[in-house]
Write a protein that binds this ligand. Structure first.
Ligand code: NDP
Length: 777
């Protein structure tokens, strides 16, 4: 029996559009500002022009930022409880108008009403409710943090209102004001949202919504009045934004593309898997950043699974977005349809076996659900983000091979694991480089759980406590200062001890290694005396050090307790040799004896502190909705590059290395370029303290070129840089290609002696992975 269409009425949506005379202005400072220049909002399912939308100019961006700046002090002063009431009111309004929002979203984007009604809009409301709670609790739960200021937010077209809520709710909760730019293809629900902001009496200028093309986003990114940019979209644009904000001090979070694996082990329940695949890749027409677009099936069950999928695929219904009976709606735009078609043509030309739904509407932006079988992992369709309803399947034999294939991508957004064996799932989950792991489920989201990527999928998290951290900064503003905290040179330095000419080597993989260049550099103390020489490190030394760090993955697999033991031992051995280190500081930095004693004592204490944290920096279990346990686990970044400050040559080294290795990272360190001899002395302490080779690698030499090599290196997952303002900018610029996390000081000085940001070092040394485990008998 054929099902007939079951259309949802568009009456309320049309009334809303008519009320605005089918023409929308910009929402700046609580008012609608009309503009002559407009562009059409088109329904992709029918080609109907729904309305005209204003194109903002650079002047409009400036006006919106100024409105947000003006509103900021009042919004901060309002306090958490007042803000909570506004967020609660927004949640209520979204719920009250949920049908209108759902219909408008489906019309504008082409997505199925079943999804906007049951998934997008309820999640939007949930986001505002959840963050109303965080606003209320900010003073108690985030008492060491404050708002960042004016936030610029740029969102894509695939989940227009949902992405708006992911951006706006945490920003407002934490006391920021904002300017948001929706994607040019899908502005309408953002404009309806602007209307409800007015309806609830949100103070003018707290939320500003400006519509337009990519150039509007670019002007927002470059505006000097914006303190943070939050972006979701393509990796390509994310990279441009990283480069454009380099050196500006703007905080940045980027949620970018993906090519997420959907791994099916042989003991999985295949009927559930088939429905999982439907949700993974045919949900929202596959236009989902975390879509399970690579099916990895264990060889023993692959054929059986493929047969089931072929049958299921032919049962999917593609049609008008307002038809309640459809599974898949329209692709967002003719351009996106073209992109998808061209990828599929490439896949076909490569000779891959392909299965597609035969029956789809002939007019409008529709594309059939598509399944490619037995695809090579190196194929274009297996590597590139297609952002459409296209699944590529390949097989694996062992669990190890599954992990390797899963990680064989430049992205790292999500993964889905299917097995009836929870032990296997929890063994594999930490090994996959992705921010979210779903076990026996897929594409589930909740406001209380963080979402975000690794590698070229970007950085920062949205949702939950980890997401809030993107919208606050430490209250302790004096941690970084224009003035140095360093001790003054006492002026009576003692020159080198003479005797044997000993030039310390590099320290790579637990062994001393000659610099590849064969050159050395003189080390001069503040009195101008040569106190020794060190090797001049170069690109090749960095490469060898990164390889050694990468080969040391076992360090991360140790328990926190085991790492703590090693760190305590390190502190003990440093303490045993404190005299030697004190003398070295007097000799190389011209310190007084008292200052030298203090720096060494603080260094020992600092290692103790991070040894203590090694088994205490726990994750959380998020209370997500719908019968799930969601484990938010703190994971090491992997290989971390560290460029130490010139000042505090010993304390700067241990204050950065200790938190990084305490959490399981392996590090490549450039010690104080001005005074590296304390670091080279430190090799012996490392050697005698059971620190496994490759955990700490030390390359001496010129700071800036070595920092640039670390920033460029694709296998370095994060970089900390404590040097000049120019060097900070360079590190941020060069980090853009590999999308690595960077933490720089913009030429300011940190108070190493007192370490006011003690816990911040742990946060910057780790990333949160959310593992979703559904339950129910
Ligand atoms: P973009 O990354 O271009 O767009 C995302 C947002 O950024 C839009 O609001 C866009 O404006 C804006 N933008 C564009 N250029 C700039 C710039 N230089 N500076 C600041 N903001 C800018 O994605 P597309 O819409 O072009 O889609 C292209 C591909 O991106 C898709 O095929 C898909 O692979 C991927 N994508 C990934 C998403 C994700 O969630 N990870 C979401 C959407 C797309 P405007 O739309 O007006 O150009």
């Amino acid at each position: 029996m054929e099902y007939g269409p079951a259309p949802e009425s568009d009456k309320n949506a049309m009334e809303f559009l008519d009320r605005h005379k089918r023409s929308f202005g910009l929402f700046i400072n609580g008012k609608w500002v009309t503009r002559k220049e407009t562009f059409p909002a088109v329904s992709p399912a029918t080609g109907q022009v729904l309305a005209q939308v204003a194109e903002a100019s650079a002047g409009d961006v400036d006006a919106a930022v100024k409105a947000a700046q003006k509103a900021l002090p009042g919004w901060v002063k309002a306090g958490g409880h007042e803000r909570a009431k506004y967020l609660y009111a927004l949640a209520r309004q979204v719920q009250k108008h949920s049908r209108l929002f759902a219909v408008l979203e489906s019309l504008d984007n082409g997505k199925a009403i079943r999804e906007t009604r049951d998934i997008d809009i309820p999640l939007v409301a949930r986001h505002f409710y959840h963050h109303a709670g965080w606003a209320q609790l900010m003073d108690s739960e985030l008492k060491d943090y404050k708002e960042i200021g004016v936030v610029g937010q740029i969102i894509p077209w695939n989940f227009p209102l949902l992405m708006l809520s992911w951006k706006i709710a945490p920003a407002l909760a934490m006391g920021n004001t904002l300017v948001l730019k929706p994607a040019e293809q899908t502005s309408l629900t953002a404009l309806l949202f602007a209307e409800i902001c007015r309806n609830i009496g949100l103070p003018d200028g707290v939320v500003n919504i400006i519509t337009g093309h990519g150039s509007v986003g670019e002007a927002l990114v470059n505006h000097p009045g914006v303190q943070k940019i939050a972006f979701t979209g393509s990796t390509e644009v994310g990279r441009i934004i990283r480069k454009n904000t380099a050196g500006s001090g703007k905080k940045l979070s980027l949620e970018l593309g993906g090519k997420s694996p959907f791994i099916v082990f042989e003991d999985a329940d295949l009927d559930s898997v088939v429905e999982g695949v439907v949700d993974a890749i045919w949900f929202n027409q596959g236009q989902v950043c975390c879509a399970g677009s690579r099916l990895l099936a264990q060889e023993s069950i692959a054929e059986k699974l493929y047969e089931k999928l072929k049958v299921r695929l032919q049962k999917l219904v593609v049609g008008n977005s307002l038809d309640k009976g459809i599974d898949m709606g329209a692709i967002v735009s003719p351009e996106q349809l073209k992109t998808i078609s061209s990828f599929v043509d490439k896949g076909k030309n490569e000779g891959n076996e392909v299965w597609q739904l035969e029956n789809i509407p002939s007019a409008g932006c529709f594309f059939p659900p598509t399944l490619f079988l037995n695809v090579s992992p190196a194929s274009v369709i297996a590597q590139e983000e297609i952002f459409g309803p296209v699944l590529v399947a390949m097989t694996f034999r062992s669990h190890q091979e599954a992990v390797k294939l899963a990680n064989n991508t430049r992205y790292g957004l999500a993964a889905s694991l299917w097995t009836e064996n929870i032990n296997l799932a929890l063994d594999v989950a930490p090994k996959i480089k992705a921010g979210t792991i779903w076990i026996n489920t897929t594409n589930v989201f909740d406001a209380s759980s963080g979402f975000g990527g690794y590698r070229e999928s970007g950085f920062g998290r949205e949702g939950g406590l980890e997401g809030l951290m993107e919208y606050v900064k430490p209250k302790e503003e004096k941690a970084f200062s224009e003035k140095t905290f360093a001790f003054k040179a006492a002026g009576s330095s003692k020159a080198g001890t003479g005797g044997l000419d000993r030039t310390p080597k590099m320290y790579i993989g637990g062994k001393q290694a000659r610099p590849d260049s064969g050159y050395s550099l003189q080390v001069v103390n503040p009195a101008g005396q040569v106190v020794g020489e060190v090797g001049e490190g170069s690109r090749k030394d960095i490469r060898n050090a990164v390889e050694a760090a990468q080969a040391n993955s076992k360090w991360a697999e140790n328990t926190g307790h085991a790492r703590a033991q090693v760190l305590y031992y390190l502190a003990e051995n440093l303490s045993a040799r404190k005299k030697e280190f004190e003398e070295r500081l007097v000799e190389t930095c011209g310190y007084s004896a008292k200052d030298a004693i203090l720096e060494v004592a603080r260094s020992v204490e600092r290692i103790f502190t991070y040894a203590a944290y090694a088994d205490k920096y726990d994750g959380r279990v998020h209370s997500t909705i719908s019968r799930n346990v969601t484990l938010a686990m703190n994971e090491p970044l992997g290989v971390l590059g560290i460029v130490c400050p010139d000042e505090f040559p010993l304390l700067g080294l241990v204050s950065t290395v200790a938190p990084a290795i305490a959490l399981g990272n392996s590090v490549v360190v450039i010690p104080s370029p001005a005074s590296p001899l304390s670091a080279t002395d430190f090799y012996q302490v490392l050697d005698t303290s059971d620190v496994p080779g490759g955990t700490v690698n030390i390359i001496t030499g010129p700071g800036e070129p070595l920092a640039a090599e670390l920033a460029r290196h694709f296998d370095v997952e994060g970089i900390w840089y404590f040097g000049s303002a120019e060097g900070s900018k360079n590190v941020e610029l060069l980090s853009a290609d590999s999308m690595k996390r960077s933490w720089v000081n913009y030429g300011k000085h940190y108070d190493w002696l007192n370490n006011p940001l003690e816990k911040e070092f742990l946060r910057k040394a780790s990333e949160v992975k959310n593992i979703w485990i559904p339950y129910g008998a």
